[in-house]
Design a protein around this ligand. Structure first.
Ligand SMILES: Nc1ncnc2c1ncn2[C@@H]1O[C@H](COP(=O)(O)OP(=O)(O)OP(=O)(O)O)[C@@H](O)[C@H]1O
Length: 259
């Protein structure tokens, strides 16, 4: 068992932004959450991390309703990398990553040695070891994004929720980040805009449109020209690359579908 959404809906300011979504990732899978701007990906991720309560339906962690689990217990299992982490504080990179250890501190403090080792591992995994003592706000957008990933890794979660984690990253770091995520012994749900990255790295895809699931399955099952046209309103060519064992999608600049 892991983190699962069962028929969840959420109305924000009178608008239904998540509409009866069920999402049950298999343990260890990387699930890509696709859909156009405003289709409800971030909203669904907020419900699944327990920072917002669904208007209907239930999010469960190991079978128990998230709403009845203490925040600290949720944070020991579920780490989040959101889109717009910002701070103006003078805080060192290493200290941002160390924030990931907070859920592991008990009433009598944590295990300083385990905390230190987890922070070092997370910095190394994300290629940030040489930036540990830089001030966070002096980093580039992409480096900051990697620090957020490092913070989530230091949390040593079982479930990882990532909202467009490749934003700001150059192509090498996009590939490195998603390779890292797929190799971690965790279940990941990752909102993505890049369909080729989704095809390359995700075991399963779930596609949202107007808050509702319109398709789900393997990238090969889901990423068809018809689906892409229906959901994104663009024409696409989809090839199956036998050598690589994955679909590859190309778009034409003037491929806006007529509607
Ligand atoms: N605080 C809010 N109050 C009311 N409506 C909101 C709020 N935040 C988002 N929404 C609306 O909820 C809908 C879903 O937004 P959400 O951010 O979940 O979509 P998304 O798929 O993550 O989009 P994007 O790809 O642009 O990040 C949108 O119509 C948006 O305008």
């Amino acid at each position: 068992m892991s983190l699962a959404a069962e028929n969840v809906s959420w109305s924000r300011e009178g608008t239904l932004v998540v509409d009866g979504v069920t999402l049950r990732p298999a343990p260890g899978d990387t699930v890509g959450l696709l859909g156009p701007n405003g289709s409800g990906k971030s909203s669904l991720l907020r419900l699944m991390q327990g920072v917002a309560k669904p208007s209907a339906g239930t999010v469960r962690l190991d079978g128990e309703a998230l709403s009845s689990i203490p925040r600290r217990s949720i944070a020991r299992a579920v780490a989040v990398v959101s889109q717009h982490a910002q701070t103006d504080m003078d805080i060192l990179v290493e200290d941002v990553v160390r924030l990931g250890r907070i859920p592991h501190r008990g009433t009598w403090g944590g295990d300083p040695e385990a905390d230190r080792a987890a922070v070092v591992r997370a910095l190394e995994h994300t290629g940030l070891a040489d930036k540990a003592d830089r001030l966070w706000h002096t980093l580039s957008g992409g480096e900051r994004q990697r620090v957020q990933i490092a913070r989530a890794l230091a949390q040593e979660p079982r479930e990882l929720l990532l909202d467009e984690p490749t934003n700001h990253l150059d192509i090498r770091h996009q590939l490195e980040l998603l390779t890292l995520v797929t190799r971690l012994p965790v279940t990941s749900i990752v909102a993505l805009h890049d369909l080729n990255l989704a095809a390359m790295f995700c075991d399963q895809l779930v596609v949202l449109k107007d808050g509702a699931v319109v398709a789900g399955g393997t990238p090969r099952e889901v990423l068809t020209p018809a689906l892409i046209r229906d959901v994104y309103e663009v024409d696409a060519e989809v090839r199956y690359d036998d050598a690589r064992g994955r679909v590859a999608i190309s778009f034409e600049p003037a491929a806006l579908a007529a509607h």
